[in-house]
Design a protein around this ligand. Structure first.
Ligand SMILES: O=C(O)COP(=O)(O)O
Ligand SMILES: [Mg+2]
Length: 223
């Protein structure tokens, strides 16, 4: 029996494939403003740092006048707030969280997605009851890769100190560097939105499917 260990998850590109909804919201706003549209692959490559980073990357890619930024972000947030129609849970993610919760691991979420759309999507996919601690992209002034939001989630799960005994599970550069800054062992989901080769990111272990995660966590916690 593995000793209970707090486990914090990332959301976009880790538990859910939300890029199609983010892409649809982005293109609806670009279309409304008479701007060129972006492909799904391009928008997916811009996800991970939260809404401000997303729009910084879009504005640079489309050479949009900076004066338009506040209006574009406001229009985006109106749509993004409850965008779940095109989003899917990654296969086995819900089941893996259930197995880990049943094994007694305290579970939490640390995402750069703002709290309002985070709450809506967690509720929509039945994840809220499995994730009692949630820190969003607007919970603090800092966002990942700054370690502050992950430290807040850990504190709410009772994992404190210079080297908290806990794990972080995510998909991106933002997550890997955030975990390293805490510092915390990082488990990387290979099917998410990462742009960098896994070998170039600090990590403890890699998994490709969620049915591998409980076993991997048991090994990592014992090790
Ligand atoms: O919304 C984003 O840009 C990133 O969200 P994540 O931190 O859950 O990957
Ligand atoms: Mg992510």
């Amino acid at each position: 029996m593995t000793r209970p260990c707090p486990i914090v998850f990332d959301l976009d590109g880790t538990l859910i494939d939300s890029a199609p909804d983010i892409h649809a919201c982005v293109n609806a706003v670009l279309r409304e403003h008479g701007l060129p549209l972006l492909t799904l692959d391009r928008v997916r490559s811009f996800v991970g740092g939260g809404v401000e980073v997303l729009w910084t990357r879009i504005m640079a890619a489309c050479a949009i006048d900076p004066v338009q930024r506040p209006a574009l972000i406001a229009a985006f947030m109106t749509r993004y707030h409850d965008a779940t129609a095109l989003t899917r849970l990654y296969p086995g993610a819900l089941e893996a969280l259930g197995v880990l919760a049943d094994a007694g691991h305290p579970l939490g979420l640390c995402t750069n997605k703002p709290m309002a759309p985070t709450r809506v999507v967690l509720e929509h996919f039945g994840l809220s009851r499995l994730l009692p601690v949630v820190v969003g992209g607007d919970s603090l002034p800092q966002r990942k890769p700054d370690p502050a939001p992950l430290r807040l989630a850990l504190a709410q799960l009772g994992a404190t100190g210079d080297r908290p005994r806990a794990l972080y599970v995510g998909d991106s550069e933002f997550d890997a560097h955030c975990a390293a800054a805490v510092p915390l062992p990082f488990l990387i989901y290979s099917q998410g939105y990462r742009m960098t080769p896994i070998a170039d990111l600090p990590h403890q272990a890699v998994f490709d499917r969620f049915d591998q995660l409980p076993g991997l966590i048991a090994e990592t916690v014992v090790a």
